[in-house]
Every structure is written in C-alpha cells, then in structure tokens.
Design a protein around this ligand. Structure first.
Ligand code: PMM
Length: 270
C-alpha cells in the first residue's frame, strides 16, 4: 500500500503532494512502482494535529481519488469520517482505511457495512492532539489485542462483515517507541485474532530512534526509508498481509525477499 498524503502538514512528507496535480502524479507513480493499493488521505494524524473541517478534507481528496480510480488504481481512502469515506467510495475508492477503527465516527460502521468494501480498523485510543497521554500499557500486546477484539465485535454488531475487516496495530498512535517494537515483534498475537494484518511503520519516529537521530529527529523522515523496508521484510515474514509505505520499490523488494524466505523455510534440503 503506497501512501499519498494530500496534506500540508503530515510528519513524513508534509506538503510534498498538497497540490492536486502533484498528488495525482505521485499516486500514479506509486502504482507504477508496484503498489497494489494507493492510500489517499486528507487529514494529518501526526501527534498534536488538529482536525480538518470535512469540506476541506473532501476538497483535498476527492479530485485525487477520482483521477486515480479512473486510471485503474485501487484506491483506499484514509479517513476517520464516514461522510468522507462515502464520498470517496462514490468517487471510485474501493477500500476504507480508518485509523480510529470506527471509534471517531459512529456512522463509519453502517457506511462501510452498506458499501461492502475492505475496511482497515486500526488500533486507536484518542484523537491525535491527545493520543500521547494514552500511551500507557502494562502489557501492550495483550491490551492492543483485547481492544482490537472489542472493535471487531462492535463493528460486526454494526453490520460490518468479518470478511471485510483488516486489523492494524496502529504503530505510533498512543504508543511509545518500545510499545511499537513490542507489537512488531508479536504480530502473531494480532494475527491470532483471525484477520489479515496491515502494518504502518514507514518513516515513523520510533525507527528514527534506532537510527540514532534522538528525540529531536535529527534525520529527515525520508532518511528512514531503508530501515522502513527492513521492517516491511520482517512484517511480511511474520505474516502481515499488507505494509503501508512511502517508498514502494524498496518495500516491494523487501516483501519479495520475505516471500522467498518463507517458501524456503518449509523446504527440506539435501
Ligand atoms: N499511519 C498514518 C496514517 N494512516 N493508516 C493505517 N492503517 N496505519 C497507520 O499506521 C497509519 C495510517 C500516519 O501518517 P503517515 O501517513 O504520514 O504515515
């Protein structure tokens, strides 16, 4: 899944694709580079980010979704708002990626249920402006899995079919660096819930921390692409269904390596 942020302020590529023509070109490039899905978002979720009015979010994403869908790209809409999801689906999107897993908007479950499209439910505890206060866990893997299980129960009670749901541990969302690494290292427990798992680690600051750039983020997020691809390989080898990334060619190679690794692991030699 290639990331296309049509925002002025995303942490990882803030402003780079904020104009519509540039965003469309970048979406087409992500697909040409080998992304199976292009994830279009119009509201930054960086820590501390403030909400964007719905009209503004629609104005950012709809022309981009429409053009990419017309060009045959499988578009996912990255939004917490049911009205934006619905408008994007009407414009040709075929998947909904909701970082709040349905918690931010009670209309999301019925909207996704009626559309029947794949739905990424991410682990989320609070809006971005306050999420860091919620990064407190005794057992992050058990708590995230339990909270995801509750999300699945509520979504399916709201009409969403089990077969529509993908789960995402929500790296960087109400998580400290150590929480992210622990979740990554125990992806099997999230997979144990029985749904395809999506991992969104690309360029996040917990990667910068192991690359030695400290809390101040001395290296730019794009300098984390090689490490992000390493995580793609590890995630794929651990059975992730999808990785959400900025640098598609590197992660495509990484998941190919993981597939070869996985195939060879089952092989009897000699
Ligand atoms: N991370 C961001 C935005 N949307 N969606 C999913 N499913 N998982 C994520 O981890 C995720 C997301 C953070 O911002 P970015 O678009 O700049 O990477």
């Amino acid at each position: 899944m290639g990331i296309l942020n049509v925002t002025p302020d995303s942490f990882s590529d803030g402003g780079a694709y904020f104009d519509i023509a540039g965003a469309i070109d970048h979406g087409l490039a992500l697909a040409a580079d080998g992304a199976d899905i292009v994830d279009v978002g119009g509201e930054s979720t960086r820590p501390g980010a403030l909400p964007v009015p719905t009209g503004e979010e629609l104005a950012r994403v709809l022309p981009v979704v429409r053009e990419l869908a017309c060009a045959g790209v499988l578009v996912s809409i990255d939004t917490m708002h049911a009205a934006v999801a619905q408008a994007a689906l009407d414009a040709g999107a075929r998947m909904v990626n909701d970082v709040s897993g349905g918690l931010a908007d009670p209309m999301m479950a019925p909207t996704v249920a009626a559309a029947g499209v794949p739905y990424v439910a991410m682990h989320w505890r609070a809006p971005s402006r306050e999420m860091n206060y919620h990064a407190v866990y005794e057992d992050v893997v058990a708590e995230v899995a339990a909270e995801m299980r509750r999300r699945v129960d509520e979504l399916t009670a709201g009409g969403v079919d089990q077969g529509q749901i993908l789960l995402d541990p929500g790296l960087g969302f109400a998580k400290q660096a150590a929480h992210n690494w622990t979740l990554m290292a125990h992806l099997d427990e999230l997979r144990g819930l029985g749904f395809p798992v999506l991992v969104g680690a690309s360029r996040k600051s917990f990667i910068g921390a192991v690359l030695g750039d400290g809390d101040a983020g001395a290296t730019p997020p794009a300098a984390r692409d090689a490490a992000s691809a390493a995580i793609s390989a590890l995630a794929a080898a651990a059975g992730a269904y999808c990785v959400r990334v900025h640098d598609v060619p590197a992660s495509l190679d990484a998941v190919r390596v993981a597939a070869a690794w996985d195939t060879s692991r089952g092989r009897v030699t000699g």
